[in-house]
Design a protein around this ligand. Structure first.
Ligand code: UGA
Length: 434
């Protein structure tokens, strides 16, 4: 099937390369010429494991093209809109790019087609899109559908090719049929396909992210309590997670969730609820606990070091989570800013996100390895649980540091090993020791 993908951000590129891998003829568009040139050369514009191999495969086979004009999608049978939906000052998602892209696809379409919302949008967006599209074109049938993505950065290729489920919201049977053809290779392998009305699909996507954020905040709130009660939040989460109804995933206490999805989607969902006349206060509490989780780490650093002026602090991991170079809403950078405001000198290392972090926080010194970051520091904070930190040589770390203080913002280290290395240790929601 001939498929269009508007915008080659994280979701767009992964959608394009995986659909081409499934055998479709895909054209991705963007206004960023530099990014298009990179993609045409078979190079990924950002770090996403496994994506570059599929990109090369698509480009070399001729099944995947990148163009700078939506006009190239005129004969696409389905076009996925993957533009950004950044937050407005009010917290609502800005849907300007969604509207513009959809209207342009409609303007250029040469025959009956489906415009699919892939970007996360508030319930009701498709109705607005449909209205804008029908004002633009009434001579051909242009349907609107919702097909939210559930991709995690760092696992986006696997999440696309082996998803837990596929969700399609539409109002017409021919639209469902067309999207069934898009996903046939996956459905044939047993992936469940949920077909709902559009509002349900839009709302379900928000509900999933909000519930996952709720789990993380629940674990973080528990960590505050465990510290006061001398209990261990990791063991509590293990016990909870053994109950199949609860599940162990997303119960890891830490510095809080970040990234471009949870923080902004949660606020957008709360704003949507409020516009619909429901005060979803629980969502505000989830966000408040998340901020508290990062502040709690700052308090640990202060507890260990007292005054922060003239202290040198290392941040291990800067990306909002491992396996990505994305630093948007990264708790590590929020902490870096707080430490810098307190007068500390802050040095950071991340296997992938150093350059992005520097662009966001210019006063942050970036170095090329964990050991280099630790050199002559008074404290190290583990902010992102990259695998290479799990296997760190702790005695070597101790030898490099001025004060051997480690704040483990992701509970990565085994307390017994840390104790044996003679470090002062502040984990999250577990007993600290020196
Ligand atoms: C999230 C969802 O997991 C995807 O299903 C969804 O498609 C995507 O948002 C989106 O809406 O586009 P992502 O933002 O890539 O994906 O990251 P996650 O792996 O979900 O992690 C989110 C944050 O929660 C990270 O900062 C992570 O460190 C944090 N987290 C996660 C915890 O603090 N504790 C946990 O136990 C799990």
């Amino acid at each position: 099937m001939k498929i269009g993908v508007v915008a080659t951000g994280h979701v767009g590129v992964v959608t394009a390369v995986t659909l081409a891998h499934l055998g479709h003829q895909v054209v991705g568009t963007d206004i960023d010429q530099e990014k298009l040139a990179t993609l045409r050369r078979g190079r990924m514009p950002f770090y996403e494991p496994g994506a570059e191999a599929l990109l090369k495969e698509g480009v070399e086979s001729g099944r995947l093209l990148f163009e700078d004009s939506i006009g190239a999608l005129a004969d696409a049978e389905v076009t996925f809109i993957c533009v950004g939906t950044p937050p407005r000052a009010t917290g609502e998602a800005s849907l300007l790019a969604v509207e513009k892209a959809a209207v342009e696809v409609a303007r250029q379409a040469s025959s009956q087609t489906v415009i699919v919302e892939k970007s996360t949008v508030p319930a009701g967006t498709a109705t607005r899109v449909r209205r804008s599209v029908s004002r633009e074109r009434s001579d051909i049938e242009i349907a609107v559908a919702s097909n939210p993505e559930f991709l995690r950065e760092g696992h986006a290729v696997k999440d696309s090719l082996e998803p837990d489920r596929i969700l399609v919201g539409a109002d017409e049977e021919w639209v469902f049929e067309r999207l069934r053809l898009v996903y046939k290779p996956l459905v044939d392998q047993g992936v469940p396909l949920f077909e709902t009305n559009i509002q349900t699909a839009e709302l379900a996507k928000h509900a999933c992210n909000a519930f996952l954020a709720l789990k993380v905040s629940f674990a973080n709130a528990l960590s505050f309590l465990c510290e006061r009660a001398d209990a261990d939040v990791v063991a509590v989460a293990d016990v909870m997670g053994a109950d199949k109804r609860i599940g162990r995933e997303f119960l890891n206490a830490g510095m809080g969730y970040g990234g471009y999805c949870f923080p902004k989607d949660l606020v957008a969902f709360e704003r949507l609820a409020s516009q619909l006349g429901y005060d979803f206060a629980l969502l505000r509490e989830v966000a408040a606990i998340n901020e508290e989780a990062t502040e709690a780490v700052l308090r640990k650093v202060k507890d260990a070091l007292w005054n922060l002026e003239d202290k040198r602090i290392a941040l291990l991991g800067l990306a909002f989570k491992p396996e990505t170079d994305d630093v948007r809403f990264a708790p590590a950078l929020a902490l870096a800013k707080m430490l810098l405001d307190e007068g500390a000198e802050v040095v950071g290392y991340d296997p992938q996100a150093g350059a992005n972090a520097k662009a966001e926080v210019p006063d942050l010194e970036i170095v090329g390895s964990a050991l280099e970051a630790l050199q002559d520091t008074h404290c190290a904070v583990l902010c992102t649980e990259w695998d290479e930190f799990r296997t760190m040589d702790l005695p070597a770390a101790k030898a490099a540091m001025k004060y051997a203080v480690v704040v483990d913002g992701r509970n990565v280290f085994d307390p017994t090993t840390v104790a044996a290395a003679g470090l002062t240790y502040y984990p999250i929601g577990r007993p600290s020791f020196s």
